[in-house]
Write a protein that binds this ligand. Structure first.
Ligand SMILES: C[C@](O)(C(=O)O)[C@H](CC(=O)O)C(=O)O
Length: 315
């Protein structure tokens, strides 16, 4: 293992073997009383804020990554490298906290999917989701999604499973299907079941439309004990569940793509409007100072590291 302190070094922390964060995610999955809650983070600051709020798992949203890093809507523009770099930075801020990262379609054919998986493993990602949209994908909650054939989807999942095995990794593979919108519930379920049979660990039906569908997915995987993930996107058409409600129906992982994005958009827009219209900023000074923000971003650890280096240098 390479020594890291709080993200100071953006090197990978795993040795292409079993990683502690993946093991932790697997422990969470195996704990019958646990529901995993992954707030959607997309940059260093939102990741640090979620860590400061003591979340024990983070979710790297692809939509958020695309918008924050590229200024582009979630239409399949973020590349494998851009996604991996963002995931690596986030996963290394606190390597003890598992990060589930969006891996979209795997970014190409089987060899590309294999490479994506290898790169996510070496980046320190604990789990990722892989879907059946065409490579020029779009946000799962938008209309007009195009879906690849069953065979193509299964070969993506197989590529991921094979690469994980080849590298002796235990990274968690989350099979996502977007087939519900155009091919219907039964087809979406068939795809998830086969993906799990191939070796995926978790089932994720994207953009569920009704509460009953969410319950049906949970029931369909209950007997086999396959965990089910649910994407809770504020403002989308998917039914809303509190964490307790989700737990009660048998959901194992809840991800919240918009939990940071939406408040950030609202708060920053308000501040910009104030500056533009009143020629002044809102006075947040009493609530949060730059110093406190730096502390959320590891300032104390960095300064301590600096101090120790200076002492040992002098002696
Ligand atoms: C879960 C998701 O893949 C994400 O990138 O966070 C998105 C969320 C969104 O665009 O709102 C998705 O559902 O496709």
């Amino acid at each position: 293992m390479i020594f890291t302190i709080s993200g100071l070094y953006q090197t990978s922390i795993v040795n292409l073997t079993m990683s502690p964060s993946t093991q932790k995610l697997r422990q969470f999955l195996a704990d019958p009383d646990k529901i995993i809650v992954g707030p959607g983070v997309y940059d260093g600051l939102t990741a640090r804020m979620a860590l400061a709020a003591k979340f024990d798992t983070l979710y790297m949203t692809g939509a958020g990554t695309s918008m924050s890093r590229l200024g582009m809507a979630d239409l399949g523009l973020a590349t494998q490298s851009e996604m991996k770099e963002n995931a690596e930075m986030i996963a290394n801020l606190d390597p003890s906290v598992p990060v589930i990262a969006d891996a979209d379609t795997g970014y190409g054919a089987s060899v590309n999917v294999g490479r994506t998986v290898a790169r996510y493993i070496s980046a320190g990602v604990a789990g990722f989701h892989l879907e059946d949209q065409v490579v020029n994908k779009r946000c799962g909650h938008l209309a007009g999604k195009q879906i690849v054939s069953r065979d193509e989807y299964y070969s993506r999942i197989r590529a991921a499973v094979n690469m994980r095995r080849q590298l002796g990794s235990d990274i968690v593979i989350i099979a996502r299907t977007d087939a519900l919108q155009s091919l219907g519930f039964d087809e979406a379920l068939v795809r998830l079941k086969e993906a799990v049979a191939i070796g995926a660990d978790v089932a994720f039906m994207e953009a569920i439309q009704t509460r009953e569908q969410a319950i049906q997915v949970c029931n369909a995987f209950k007997e086999a004990g396959t965990p089910v993930m649910y994407g809770m996107v504020q403002g989308s058409k998917s039914p809303h569940f509190t964490v307790q409600e989700a737990k009660d129906i048998g959901i194992k992982i809840m991800i919240y793509a918009g939990v940071c994005l939406i408040p950030a958009y609202i708060g920053v827009s308000r501040a910009l409007k104030k500056l533009k219209e009143d020629g002044d900023t809102e006075s947040y000074g009493s609530e949060i100072t730059p110093h406190e923000l730096f502390n959320v971003c590891g300032m104390k650890e960095l300064m301590e590291f600096d101090r120790q280096a200076a002492i040992s240098h002098a002696s």
